[in-house]
Design a protein around this ligand. Structure first.
Ligand SMILES: [Zn+2]
Length: 471
């Protein structure tokens, strides 16, 4: 039991910190939440959430697309409700900060998890007692955390814990991804599960994929269709198979410079306690297959948690004006001294694949790849990265360490060096030095097309690199 006085002291200190920070030049979005938690303890978060949110909260997690999807969900749901939100900076402190200053009807929070110890998804779930948990997809990423090997099974388990306290709520998950489908199936007893997925014949992933294991029996899954990476139509000899989605992408037509897409919805709505049935057609700019998954996830979540009124109109209105902004640090194509330079974060197999696909639209001459490697104990990520490197088949390959270990980077280099004209640059773990060297490489390169991607510590590295390249 939390002492009432302590709770209110923490509340006041947290709020005061927020107002002080607002008038300070640098800001520090997570700091007030940190102050609150340090004084009142994490347990107080439960009391705070109950006090500040009428309906409760929706938590969003996954490996790819979290930030973009959460942004769309927030924009859509804010048509219906007053929201408390946290996006981009997905820590417990940032979430708490917003709760401190915003009394709202519904909370919508992006929450990133690398492992149980650092992400404490179990505690976040217990304290927040969400009414909804949303999963985008889960693929191999962060196979090392703070110097310790983080096996995929542990990473997946950590993500499942975010829905541990979900009862009589809605879990929204991607039917095309076996890992997050498994999470949904394990919660079917106490909750409504809403699956979304593609229902298309004319989309097929051109990239090879590494084998995907069945989350139940750990044998290799059979795929009859690959939409994107491990997302597709799959089944297993043990009986596990891709479930029929409640929200489907049923039509995908490429027009001159736009995409016409149709979604078919049959979604349980949390507020009216019955199903929403709609067919919605949108005209979108050419956004990439990965964004179709983000949109699918966002409209599913909106349909599930909206007031239940004007869903179709609101979705059409929102996407007719939608500007696909690139989140900080993400991949972008830049013009640097008349060279086409694709640069940005690609921490996992899927992310580098998305970047590579985008790059292929621009490459018309010889290509140089400046590849930033994963760390020690991240061989799985390297394996997934290799598929993208091989499919781009660069004319020149420069390998530099992307994370802490220079030795690990050298080991990865040794695996690929013979396949390409390649160079290894053993740069120590120093942002400034690495960024300056990459800028130097680009300026002095003989190639007109250059891609710079792979692993890099956090988005700041990529964001700063992009800024330096544009100077
Ligand atoms: Zn199986």
């Amino acid at each position: 039991m939390i002492n009432g006085l302590k709770f209110y002291m923490a509340l006041c200190s947290g709020k005061l910190t927020y107002y002080l920070l607002r008038i300070m030049p640098t800001g520090g979005k997570s700091f007030p939440g940190l102050v609150f938690i340090k004084i009142a303890g994490k347990d107080a978060l439960n009391k705070l959430a109950k006090r500040q949110l009428d309906m409760g909260s929706v938590l969003i997690t996954g490996t790819n697309g979290k930030t973009t999807t959460t942004t769309m969900i927030i924009n859509l749901l804010s048509k219906d409700w007053k929201l408390s939100t946290s996006v981009g900076n997905n820590t417990l402190f940032s979430l708490t900060t917003d709760l401190l200053i915003n009394k709202a009807q519904l909370g919508v929070y992006e929450y990133g998890i690398r492992d149980v110890k650092h992400g404490t998804p179990d505690l976040v779930s217990d304290y927040m007692q969400p009414v909804g948990v949303v999963y985008t997809n889960i693929s191999r990423e962060h196979t090392q955390v703070a110097g310790v090997k983080n096996p995929f099974e542990d990473y997946l388990y950590a993500k499942t814990l975010l829905s541990r306290s979900l009862k009589k709520g809605i879990l929204i998950t991607n039917a095309d991804d076996p890992n997050v489908t498994w999470i949904g199936q394990n919660k079917e007893k106490d909750n409504t599960i809403v699956y979304y997925g593609f229902s298309l014949e004319n989309i097929n992933d051109l990239f090879e994929i590494n084998p995907v294991k069945c989350p139940y029996c750990h044998e290799e899954l059979n795929y009859t269709k690959h939409y994107m990476g491990q997302r597709g139509i799959y089944d297993c000899d043990c009986g596990f198979r891709r479930p029929e989605p409640n929200v489907k992408l049923t039509e995908f037509i490429v027009q001159d410079d736009s995409w016409k897409v149709t979604f078919n919805l049959d979604v349980y709505n949390y507020n009216i306690k019955s199903n929403i049935l709609e067919d919605i057609t949108l005209n979108l700019p050419v956004v990439g297959i990965h964004n179709l998954y983000n949109i699918l996830c966002a409209i599913t979540t909106y349909a599930a948690f909206s007031t239940g009124e004007n869903i179709k109109e609101n979705i059409i209105e929102y996407y007719s004006n939608y500007d696909f902004e690139v989140p900080p640090g993400r991949f972008e194509i830049l013009d640097v001294d008349n060279k086409i330079v694709g640069v940005g974060q690609g921490d996992n197999g899927d992310a580098l694949k998305v970047n590579s696909l985008l790059m292929t639209n621009y490459v018309d001459e010889e290509l140089e790849f400046i590849y930033c490697t994963p760390d020690a104990n991240e061989e799985e990520i390297f394996e997934d990265h290799l598929l993208s490197i091989n499919s781009l088949n660069p004319d020149n390959l420069i390998v530099i360490p992307g994370r802490t270990s220079v030795d690990a980077a050298k080991d990865y280099y040794n695996i690929i060096e013979k396949q390409y004209d390649s160079t290894f640059i053993p740069l120590e773990f120093d942002f400034e030095e690495r960024i300056n060297k990459i800028v130097d490489l680009v300026k002095n390169s003989n190639y007109k097309n250059i891609i710079i991607s792979g692993c890099g510590e956090e988005i700041y590295f990529w964001d700063y690199l992009k800024k330096k390249l544009q100077e």
